[in-house]
Design a protein around this ligand. Structure first.
Ligand SMILES: *[C@@H]1O[C@H](CO)[C@@H](O)[C@H](O)[C@H]1NC(C)=O
Ligand SMILES: *[C@@H]1O[C@H](CO)[C@@H](O)[C@H](O)[C@H]1NC(C)=O
Ligand SMILES: *[C@@H]1O[C@H](CO)[C@@H](O)[C@H](O)[C@H]1NC(C)=O
Ligand SMILES: *[C@@H]1O[C@H](CO)[C@@H](O)[C@H](O)[C@H]1NC(C)=O
Ligand SMILES: *[C@@H]1O[C@H](CO)[C@@H](O)[C@H](O)[C@H]1NC(C)=O
Ligand SMILES: *[C@@H]1O[C@H](CO)[C@@H](O)[C@H](O)[C@H]1NC(C)=O
Ligand SMILES: *[C@@H]1O[C@H](CO)[C@@H](O)[C@H](O)[C@H]1NC(C)=O
Length: 919
């Protein structure tokens, strides 16, 4: 992961953490309160402190005059008049706000003048280091240095903190500090009740950190999340911190075949979080001893097997997450356990992304306090009835998807039934909710997150319902249904950020008022029956980031107002009937990264205005009537292109050498044009086709990763990367030889040079292209023998050398044995398997005169294959970003990040992280 995504990742987790933690500060009865006076010596100390602090938003502006106890952030003891509390925590709601209001600069040792300072909170600011002198603030009982810097501190924890023997609370989280060889300093803090070392790197302490923590008998809350802990002592002679209430070891790198037994001796535990580690085995019986547990998070820790009934006996559980494990079987047993509890107080249950199957039992409905239920990503089947929901009066979040083909069927005996809950989030995929929008769904009018995909819903969206709901919605995803009628955009969606209505039957014009959706970032309307022109009003949605209108029946020209957009990054209008030139205004939003105008009737030259889009990433202009040559700016001014797809146009001229200045290019498709001249030798400079790793520049720095696409996990490893590396120059007027340099494009997956006038021999080192799957050199004038090295291409599944002047014996071995004679036909002087023409046994490799009779044409197949691959790639990129986002991440973090790009990058980063951990 590069540092940017790393940073995003941590920031996101931080924000979640802020959302979920609720702590109480119990400083005893001597809590300072404001008095008006001020001790002069302390006033001067504070002013010296202020002098060195940068304060862009003026948070310390009240620090003037003599009454320092009334200054913002300061509280004095009401008996002694001494400063007892300094609270300079930066409170913020967005990343931008964080940076605007953080205090920075130097932490002046004048603070030591506050001899009675008991409480110091400098969290969430922009300071540079934890100064050594903090170890002399010996009156401190509360010290919060969480996220002291906006860019992470790094460096080692000053061991002088070990002198703060009165400390009750110590929070050093979110600084990426280094824990050093040991935490001996910690063992001196014997009064510590609360310790948060989240994201401190403890990997060098081995198992010794636990010994040091074990010296803290008063400890109640211990947070060691993301500390890169690899080892956990599996046994301890005795435990000092038996009163522990909270243990958070989430996101470490612990690999162990079982959960250490000592954890089960912590019988007072109320909260245990072991999520995102690698244990294995089934759900441990020992959990039965942790009867005080209220919050148990075992997400993604590698457990499997059936869920035991005794979990239900943990009657105090309010929060249970077992997501992303490999639990299987039904959940009937597990739920029946809860019938022993006199009060059922479970509020949040997460069983998502396991291998559970069968029906969802009615007994789920007994968990009457449920607020959040996540059952996504399992193999559920069967029906859901009123009984499942009738007691769930508090439910706010209902997330349910299944990968069974039959889906989950909503079967309410009473169609008019209205459930007792008011949902805020609903996500369902492959759940038969339709036909139509049922009454129970229409009774939900406070939805912020509405995602009902592949739900069998037909008919129009009920207007009255949408009218009530639209003002709450931030995410709307109704893709893959049969919804018909006009688009629902006459309503006000003041909060909507994301709309996905693809694969439905919406028809009529694309009408929308930009003022109705002022914060919309992503709009996907592809695969509908929209017609008419693209309204210029769409260009007034300033926040728009991604727009997908592909596969409709839109016609007319592209709106000239295009230049109004300032944030647009991705635009897809492919497969419509649009015409006219590309407006020159299109180069104005320089933010554009992806432009897909494939398969329309656009004409004219590719305008030079696009050269302003210096971050262009993927350009698909194929299947239009563009004329002229490949413009100079491609490769000169726009260096980051990954995909250049110009196939099936009327383009002409040479293939210019400046194309070779595209180090990230991995799809070059110029087929079916009128290009002439020779194939440039400089193709060897396309480094993404030479090295595997750079062929994947979109995802953060990794050649293999997983991406969620329409609910499925697709894995792109080293082996499948070849699908994404294509050179197609077919059906042009290219002359001359195939440059030998082409055999240096080691990660090429598809090479199609068919239907040109190429002559000379097939490059002898073609066998170097070890990832080649498709090789089509048919219908040229190639001569000489087929190089023996071709037989070393083990992935080759489509080979077409037909209709050339090749001679001699066809090489044998590996994949070549599986190909049929259509690969070679139309070369009268070829001989040997699979052709029926036998070679002379005398070794001169001349064929018998017998004519090869098989004239089956293979071009169509190859063409189809290529377009399938291309279609796949295009489709993949146009949906993946948006879906990653809406399928897996909740609105909590949507509120936090400023734009979709960050969200997508983050979601991918998280996926990558998760995948890497699994490997
Ligand atoms: C001083 O503060 C304590 C705790 O806040 C409070 O109980 C007490 O009444 C205060 N004393 C005076 C004189 O204000
Ligand atoms: C420290 O401050 C952060 C906010 O900056 C807060 O989330 C955290 O709970 C605080 N820690 C303690 C122990 O109060
Ligand atoms: C428990 O804590 C005490 C004092 O804090 C210490 O002396 C003792 O060694 C600790 N026991 C273990 C097993 O670490
Ligand atoms: C844990 O509890 C068991 C049973 O109560 C006891 O035998 C064992 O010594 C305890 N282990 C530790 C490390 O305290
Ligand atoms: C719903 O609650 C009622 C009253 O508490 C109870 O009788 C009924 O069994 C519950 N239904 C389900 C499905 O748990
Ligand atoms: C759009 O399609 C409808 C039928 O669905 C048709 O009546 C209408 O004339 C079309 N409009 C345009 C501009 O093509
Ligand atoms: C290809 O790269 C080489 C070495 O980096 C450079 O000298 C050459 O000019 C490049 N050729 C083209 C056409 O960009």
């Amino acid at each position: 992961m590069d540092s940017y995504t790393h940073y995003l990742l941590l920031f996101f987790l931080a924000s979640l953490y802020l959302h979920t933690s609720n702590l109480c500060f119990c400083l005893g009865d001597e809590l300072p309160s404001s008095v008006n006076s001020c001790i002069e010596e302390e006033r001067r100390a504070l002013l010296s402190f202020k002098k060195d602090v940068t304060d862009p938003s003026g948070r310390l502006s009240s620090w003037v005059g003599h009454e320092c106890c009334r200054w913002r952030g300061i509280s004095c003891n009401n008996r002694t008049g001494r400063a007892a509390k300094l609270d300079l925590r930066n409170t913020y709601t967005s990343h931008r706000e964080y940076e605007q209001s953080c205090l920075g600069g130097k932490l002046n040792p004048s603070l030591l003048g506050l001899k009675h300072l008991a409480y110091l909170d400098l969290s969430s600011n922009c300071f540079q280091e934890i100064p050594n002198f903090f170890g002399q603030l010996t009156s401190l009982r509360y010290l919060n240095l969480s996220r002291l810097s906006s860019s992470f501190l790094g460096g080692e924890i000053p061991s002088s903190l070990g002198n703060l023997s009165n400390l009750n609370y110590l929070d050093l989280s979110w600084n990426l500090l280094f824990g050093g060889k040991n935490l001996n300093w910690l063992s001196h803090l014997s009064s510590l009740k609360y310790l948060n070392l989240g994201s401190v790197d403890l990997s060098s302490t081995g198992v010794s950190w636990l010994q040091d923590v074990n010296m803290l008998p008063s400890l109640l809350e211990l947070y060691l999340s993301r500390c890169q802990i690899q080892n956990l002592s599996l046994s301890l002679p005795s435990i000092n911190f038996t009163s522990l209430l909270v243990l958070d070891m989430s996101g470490n790198e612990i690999k162990s075949s079982f959960i250490p037994k000592w954890i089960f001796n912590l019988t007072s535990l109320k909260k245990l979080d072991l999520s995102s580690n690698s244990f294995s085995g089934s759900f441990p019986d020992e959990f039965a001893s942790l009867t005080s547990l209220e919050h148990l998070d075992l997400e993604e820790i590698g457990l499997h097997g059936q869920l035991p009934k005794f979990i239900g006996n943990l009657c105090k559980l309010k929060f249970l997450s077992l997501g992303a494990n490999k639990f299987d079987g039904g959940i009937h047993e597990f739920l029946s356990g809860f019938s022993n509890c006199s009060f059922k107080i479970m509020e949040s249950l997460d069983l998502s992304h396991n291998d559970f199957n069968g029906a969802i039992p009615k007994s789920l409905g007994q968990l009457s306090q449920l607020v959040s239920l996540d059952l996504r990503g399992n193999s559920w089947e069967g029906t859901l009835t009123e009984a499942h929901f009738i007691n769930l009066t508090s439910l706010e979040s209902l997330l349910m998807t299944t990968n069974q083909p039959e889906g989950i069927i909503f079967n309410f005996a009473n169609y008019e039934w209205i459930p007792p809950f008011k949902l805020r989030e609903i996500e369902m995929d492959n759940c038969r909710v339709g036909p139509g929008f049922p009454v129970w769904l229409q009774s939900q009018t406070e939805l912020t997150f509405l995602a009902l995909t592949n739900a069998g819903i037909s008919g129009g969206i009920p207007e009255e319902w949408l009218f009530k709901t639209s003002s709450y919605i931030t995410i709307l995803d109704l893709s893959e249904n049969n919804i018909s009628g006009k688009l629902p955009f006459r309503f006000n969606f003041p909060n909507v950020e994301f709309i996905e209505l693809s694969h439905n039957r919406f028809n009529g014009p694309l009408q929308l008022l930009s003022t109705n959706m002022p914060v919309l970032q992503a709009l996907t309307l592809s695969y509908n029956y929209l017609n008419g022109t693209i309204p210029s009003s769409i260009c007034s949605i300033q926040s728009l980031n991604r727009l997908s209108l592909g596969n409709n029946q839109l016609s007319g020209k592209f709106p000239q107002e295009w230049g109004l957009w300032s944030n647009i990054e991705s635009l897809d209008v492919s497969n419509n009937n649009l015409s006219g030139n590309i407006p020159t205004s299109m180069g104005i939003p320089t933010s554009l990264e992806i432009l897909n105008m494939e398969n329309n009737h656009f004409s004219g030259e590719i305008p030079s205005a696009l050269q302003n889009c210096s971050s262009f990433n993927r350009l698909y202009l194929g299947g239009n009537k563009f004329t002229g040559s490949i413009p100079f700016w491609i490769g000169s001014l726009v260096p980051f292109l990954n995909v250049l797809q110009l196939r099936s146009n009327l383009l002409s001229g040479h293939i210019p050498e400046h194309l070779c200045n595209l180090p990230y290019l991995h799809i070059l498709d110029l087929g079916h044009n009128n290009f002439s001249g020779t194939i440039p030798k400089c193709l060897i400079n396309l480094t993404s086709l030479v090295h595997a790793t750079s062929a994947w520049p979109i995802l953060p720095g990794h050649a293999s990763t997983t991406v969620t696409l329409k609910g499925r996990e697709l894995e792109y490893g080293q082996n499948s990367i070849r699908y994404l590396t294509i050179i197609d120059l077919s059906s042009n007027n290219l002359l001359g030889e195939i440059p030998e340099e082409i055999s240096s494009l080691l990660v090429l997956g598809t090479l199609n040079l068919s239907m040109n006038q190429l002559s000379g021999t097939i490059p002898s080192k073609i066998g170097n292209l070890q990832l080649l799957e498709t090789l089509d050199l048919s219908q040229n004038q190639l001569s000489g023998q087929i190089p023996q090295s071709l037989s070393s291409l083990t992935f080759l599944s489509h080979l077409n050398l037909s209709h050339n002047n090749l001679i001699g014996r066809i090489p044998t071995g590996n994949q070549l044995q599986t190909l049929d004679n259509s690969s070679y036909e139309g070369n009268p002087l070829l001989c040997g398997f699979p052709l029926s023409t036998k070679c002379h046994e005398d070794g001169d490799d001349k064929p018998h005169a017998e004519e090869n009779k098989d004239h089956e044409d293979n071009d169509e197949k190859i063409g189809l294959y290529t377009s399938v691959v291309l279609g796949f790639i295009i489709g993949f990129w146009s949906v993946c970003g948006t879906l990653i986002m809406n399928k897996s991440w909740r609105y909590a973090y949507f509120q936090f990040f400023d734009n979709i790009k960050d969200k997508v990058a983050l979601a991918i980063a998280l996926k990558v992280a998760r995948y890497q951990r699994k490997v």
